[in-house]
Design a binder for this molecule. Structure first.
Ligand code: NAP
Ligand code: ZN
Ligand code: ZN
Length: 347
C-alpha cells in the first residue's frame, strides 16, 4: 500500500493541507498513474466545503487528472508504462446496468464511483482524487491522451471539457442554432469553444463586464451582460439552446425567458441552494429545463480526440499546490481566466 503525498480538506471550514494517503497496489486490471497536472473544478470547492451536504472527510479533491503510466497490472491490455493518460470524474461503475451498457456510466443505476469522496464498489474504502502524486484505477476508466498536446492545458478537458461537450452533442448543437453559454468560468469557456467549433451562433451570457473581450477572443459571436436589463431584454425569446454553467444561485426564470419556442435550457452548474422555477417559464413556449452530468467514458475519449483534432485546449493559469486555498477564494470571486491547473511537481 504505497503512501502517497496529497492535499486534503479535513472539515468544511478548514483550509486544505498536506496529507498522506494510502493508494492500493495495482490489481491485475489496474493502471497506476504519476500525476503531473490536475485541474481545479468548482465542484472541488463545493465538495471541500460540503456545500452539497454529502462530503465525507478527509477529502482529497481533483478530477481533472493527467500524467504518465508508471505501472500496469498483469491483465491490462490498453496501457503500458510510459503512456500519457488521464482520469476524470469516474473511476468505476457496475458495467451491467442499461446505462453502463450504453456507455453512460455517469448514470449507472447501481452506483457509479467518483474519483474522490465515493466508497469503492467492493467497500474497501473511500476514493481520493487528483490533488496527489499518483492514482490507481481500473483501465476501463483511464483515458488515452495524445503525446502531441499541451498536457497541462488538456487536464481541464477531463471534467470541464466533457461536461460541456456532452450536452452540446446530446441536443445536437450545430449550424443554424442560436446557443447561449451562461457563465464564463472553467466550464463556460470550454462551452464557448465547443459550440463555436460545432458551427452554432454563440452568445456569451455573463454578469462580468470585464470578460467581454475574452468572450470574443474565445470565439463568441455576441456578448450579453446579464446584469444590464436592456441587454438581457434584447435576447428574450432568442435561443434554441442555453447551457447554464453558473455555480451560484440565480434566477432560472429569467434565462428560460430567453428561449424561443421549443427551446431547451440545460443546467450543468449545480448551485448549493435550490431556486424556484415558475411553471409559466416552461409552458409559454413549450420550454424544456434539463440537466446533464459529465459524460460517459467512450464520449470522454471521443471529446479528447475531437480536441486533439481541432486544437482545442483549456485557457489555464498554473498554480502551485500550496496556492490551492487562494485559488478557491479567487474562484468564488469569478477571478479565474479560465481554469486553475496545479503543477503536481510542486507537491
Ligand atoms: P467557475 O470556473 O467558478 O465558473 C462559474 C461561473 O459562474 C463564473 O465564472 C461566473 O461567470 C458565474 N457566476 C459565479 N457566481 C455568479 C453569480 N453570483 N451570479 C451569476 N453568475 C455567477 O466554475 P466551474 O468550474 O465552471 O463550475 C461551474 C458549476 O458547474 C459548478 O457549480 C460546478 O460544481 C458545476 N459542475 C457540474 C458538472 C456536471 O457534471 N454537471 C461538472 C463540473 C462542474 P460570469 O462571471 O461570466 O458571470
Ligand atoms: Zn469537475
Ligand atoms: Zn451501471
Amino acid at each position: 500500500m504505497p503512501a502517497t503525498k496529497s492535499y486534503a480538506a479535513h472539515s468544511a471550514t478548514t483550509p486544505l493541507e498536506p496529507w498522506v494517503l494510502e493508494r492500493r497496489d495495482p490489481k491485475p486490471t489496474d493502471v497506476q498513474i504519476e500525476i503531473q497536472y490536475c485541474g481545479v473544478c468548482h465542484s472541488d470547492l463545493h465538495f471541500a466545503r460540503n456545500e452539497w451536504g454529502m462530503t465525507v472527510y478527509p477529502i482529497v479533491p481533483g478530477h481533472e487528472i493527467v500524467g504518465r503510466v508508471t505501472a500496469v497490472g498483469s491483465a491490462v491490455t490498453k496501457y503500458k508504462v510510459g503512456d500519457t493518460a488521464g482520469i476524470g470524474c469516474l473511476v468505476d461503475s457496475c458495467r451491467e446496468c442499461d446505462n453502463c451498457k450504453h456507455g453512460e456510466e455517469q448514470y449507472c443505476t447501481n452506483g457509479f464511483v467518483f474519483s474522490y469522496g465515493s466508497m469503492e464498489r467492493d467497500g474497501s474504502g473511500m476514493t481520493y482524487g487528483g490533488y496527489s502524486k499518483s492514482i490507481v484505477c481500473h483501465e476501463d476508466f483511464v483515458l488515452k491522451i495524445s503525446d502531441n498536446v499541451d498536457l497541462a492545458a488538456t487536464a481541464p478537458l477531463l471534467c470541464a471539457g466533457i461536461t460541456t461537450y456532452s450536452p452540446l452533442r446530446h441536443w445536437k448543437v450545430g449550424p443554424g442554432m442560436k446557443v447561449g453559454i451562461l457563465g464564463l468560468g472553467g466550464l463556460g469557456h470550454m462551452g464557448v469553444k465547443f459550440a463555436v467549433s460545432m458551427g452554432a451562433e454563440v452568445t456569451m451570457l455573463s454578469h462580468s463586464p470585464s470578460k467581454q473581450a475574452d468572450a470574443e477572443r474565445l470565439g463568441a459571436h455576441k456578448f450579453v451582460l446579464t446584469s444590464d436589463e436592456a441587454q438581457a431584454k434584447s435576447v428574450m425569446g432568442y435561443f434554441d439552446f442555453i447551457l447554464d454553467t453558473v455555480s451560484a444561485p440565480h434566477d432560472y426564470n429569467m434565462y428560460l425567458g430567453m428561449l424561443r419556442t421549443n427551446g431547451v435550457m440545460c443546467c450543468v452548474g449545480v448551485p448549493p441552494e435550490p431556486t424556484p422555477v415558475h411553471s409559466m417559464s416552461l409552458v409559454f413556449g413549450r420550454h424544456t429545463l434539463a440537466g446533464s452530468l459529465i459524460g460517459g467514458i467512450a464520449q470522454t475519449q471521443e471529446m479528447l480526440d475531437y480536441c486533439a483534432e481541432h486544437n482545442i485546449v483549456s485557457d489555464i493559469e498554473m498554480i502551485r499546490m500550496d496556492e490551492i486555498n487562494d485559488a478557491y477564494e479567487r474562484l468564488l470571486k469569478g477571478d479565474v481566466r479560465y481554469r486553475f491547473v496545479i503543477d503536481m511537481a510542486s507537491l
